[in-house]
Design a protein around this ligand. Structure first.
Ligand SMILES: Cc1ncc(COP(=O)(O)O)c(C=O)c1O
Length: 404
C-alpha cells in the first residue's frame, strides 16, 4: 500500500486570499451599487511593454520557420539571455557573476520553493516574520520545520526573525544558528529594504557561522535609493555564502508570461562540493527550460527601448506608491515601505487587529487590502496596500481614506 508524504498534512490551510475573496464576494452581493477598489493584489496590471511584445511576435515567427525553429532550450537557459543578465544586472553594478552561474527558470516562486532540495534533510532554516510563505511551506513539505502550532502560527523548528517598526524592519541576527537564511529585499509584504551596510552584516554572519543566504530580489527594479543594494553580490564575500533569486514578474510584468533566474556562484561550497553543481544537476534532471519565445522576450527587457519602457512602468506603479504613502500620512496613519518597493505597510489605528481593519476598509470605504496577520504573527497590527492598481483608482481610494 502506498504512503503519502505526511508532511503535507501538517501544512496549515492557506486561507488568506480565499478568505479575502469570500469576504469581498459577500460584500458585493449585498452592495452591488458600491464601487470596490482593490489595492490588495500583488500582481501587475499594466500590459507588457512594446519592446517585449514585438520580440514575442518575432520569436513566434522564428518558431514557424524551419531554419529558426527551436526545440528544447539548453538546460540552464539560452546563452544570449544569461550573458545579457550577467552584463546588465551584475557587471554594471560591479558584481562578479559569470553567465554560467545564472540558471534561467520559469520564475522566482519555483526556484525559491525548489532550492531547499539541495540541502540536507536536517537543515535548520531562518526566516523573517512576516514573510512570503513559499520559503517556510516548501521546507515544511520536506519535513524540516517540525510541528505547526496553530495558536502561535509558528513551526517548532523554524527560526523566526521578527521585522516590526520596533526594529525598523531590520531583522536581528538570530540567537540560534541557522543553516539556511531566507532574506527578501525589497520585502514582500512590508515594502522595506536593507542598506548595503545592513546586508553586509548578514553576509559576514553567514560566512562566520557557515550558513547560506537565499536572497530573493524579486522586487529589485523598484529600488531608487542609492544606499539600497540591487544584488547581494554588491556585498563583499557574498559569492561564498549567497544564492540570489530574481524574477521578470514584477520587474517587467511577466507574472503571466513566466521567467526568472537563480544565481549560484561557483565559490559557494560545502567542503569540496559546489552548490552550483547540485543545482545544475537538479535543474538538468527536473526542468526542461523556459520557452525560447519567453527567453527572447526577456532579453528584450534589456534593450534600450525595453529598459526605457520598463522604467516607465515601474515609475507608474511607484507614483501610485507615493500617492498611497502621502495619502495615508496626511490621514494620520503610520506608514512604512513604498519608497523602494510597490508595497505600503501601514500600522493599523489604535492597534486594531489586521482583519478588523480589513473589514473596516471593505465595509466603510469599499477598499480591499491585505491583513498583515496573513503573512505571519509579526504582521498582526499591520496592513498591506499595493501600488499595482490604476492611478485613478489609487487616487480615489486615498480620497476615501482621507475623508473618512
Ligand atoms: C517575494 C516574492 N518572491 C517571488 C515571487 C514570485 O515570483 P514569480 O512570479 O517569478 O514566480 C513573489 C510574487 O509575489 C514574491 O512576492
Amino acid at each position: 500500500m502506498f504512503k503519502i508524504n505526511e508532511n503535507y498534512l501538517k501544512l496549515p490551510g492557506s486561507y488568506l486570499f480565499s478568505t479575502i475573496a469570500k469576504k469581498v464576494a459577500e460584500f458585493t452581493d449585498a452592495n452591488p451599487d458600491k464601487e470596490i477598489i482593490r489595492l490588495g493584489i500583488g500582481d501587475v496590471t499594466l500590459p507588457l511593454s512594446k519592446a517585449v511584445i514585438e520580440r514575442l511576435h518575432s520569436a513566434v515567427d522564428e518558431m514557424a520557420d524551419q531554419s529558426t525553429f527551436k526545440g528544447y532550450a539548453p538546460d540552464l537557459g539560452y546563452e544570449f539571455l544569461r550573458s545579457t543578465i550577467a552584463k546588465e544586472d551584475y557587471e554594471k553594478r560591479g558584481c562578479q557573476i559569470a553567465a554560467d552561474e545564472i540558471f534561467i527558470s520559469d520564475g522566482a516562486k519555483s526556484d525559491s520553493g525548489n532550492i531547499a532540495e539541495i540541502f540536507a534533510d536536517d537543515t535548520r532554516i531562518a526566516v523573517t516574520d512576516p514573510v512570503y510563505p513559499v520559503y517556510v511551506d516548501s521546507n515544511a513539505m520536506a519535513g524540516r520545520t517540525g510541528d505547526y502550532d496553530p495558536q502561535t502560527e509558528m513551526w517548532s523548528n523554524v527560526i523566526y526573525m521578527p521585522c516590526t517598526k520596533e526594529n525598523d524592519f531590520v531583522p536581528e541576527l538570530p540567537k540560534e544558528t541557522p543553516d539556511v537564511i531566507y532574506l527578501c529585499f525589497p520585502n514582500n509584504p512590508t515594502g522595506t529594504t536593507l542598506t548595503k551596510e545592513q546586508l553586509q552584516v548578514w553576509v559576514d554572519y553567514a560566512l562566520k557561522v557557515g550558513a547560506v543566504i537565499i536572497y530573493d530580489a524579486a522586487y529589485e527594479a523598484y529600488i531608487s535609493s542609492p544606499e539600497v543594494p540591487h544584488s547581494i553580490y554588491e556585498c563583499a564575500g557574498a559569492r561564498e555564502c549567497a544564492i540570489e533569486i530574481r524574477s521578470f514578474s514584477k520587474n517587467a510584468g511577466f507574472t503571466g508570461t513566466r521567467l526568472g533566474f537563480t544565481v549560484v556562484p561557483k565559490d559557494l561550497k560545502c567542503g569540496d562540493t559546489m552548490l552550483h553543481s547540485l543545482w545544475a544537476r537538479r535543474h538538468g534532471t527536473k526542468f526542461n527550460g523556459a520557452p525560447y519565445i519567453i527567453q527572447a522576450a526577456g532579453a528584450a527587457v534589456y534593450t534600450d527601448e525595453g529598459k526605457k519602457q520598463t522604467r516607465e512602468q515601474i515609475a507608474y506603479y511607484m507614483n501610485n506608491a507615493k500617492v498611497i504613502r502621502e495619502g495615508l500620512i496626511s490621514a494620520g496613519y503610520e506608514v512604512f515601505g513604498g519608497v523602494d518597493a510597490p508595497y505600503i505597510w501601514l500600522k493599523t489605528p489604535e492597534n486594531m487587529k489586521s482583519w478588523d481593519f480589513f473589514d473596516y476598509l471593505l465595509n466603510e470605504l469599499y477598499i480591499v487590502g491585505t491583513p498583515g496577520a496573513g503573512f505571519g504573527p509579526s504582521g498582526e497590527g499591520y496592513f498591506r496596500l499595493t501600488a499595482f492598481g490604476s492611478a485613478e483608482n489609487t487616487k480615489i481610494a486615498m480620497e476615501r481614506i482621507k475623508n473618512a
